[in-house]
Design a protein around this ligand. Structure first.
Ligand SMILES: [Zn+2]
Length: 83
């Protein structure tokens, strides 16, 4: 297991959530998220956002329109702003 920093963890977060990482990489991410409070809000937001998308894709009721836009906006902003 190797120690990764926040930048690395967040970079791989989407692949991790998609299950596209190798078991080794996935373990690194999991370990980092367990010990890192800084990444927690980001992970929570991303997880909730993806869950909302997944539900929307299945035609199920999602979170309110306003909240969805807000989350999308925050994620978009985060991506454009280098840490
Ligand atoms: Zn972190």
């Amino acid at each position: 297991m190797s120690d990764i920093d926040c930048k690395e963890a967040l970079k791989k977060l989407y692949e991790y959530l998609d299950g596209e990482l190798s078991p080794t990489d996935a373990r690194d991410i999991e370990h980092h998220l367990e010990i890192c409070a800084a990444c927690y809000p980001e992970v929570r937001l991303t997880t909730e956002y993806r869950e909302a998308l997944r539900r929307a894709a299945q035609g199920q009721p999602c979170c309110p329109e306003g909240l969805r836009h807000r989350i999308a906006h925050i994620i978009e902003k985060e991506r454009r702003t280098p840490p």
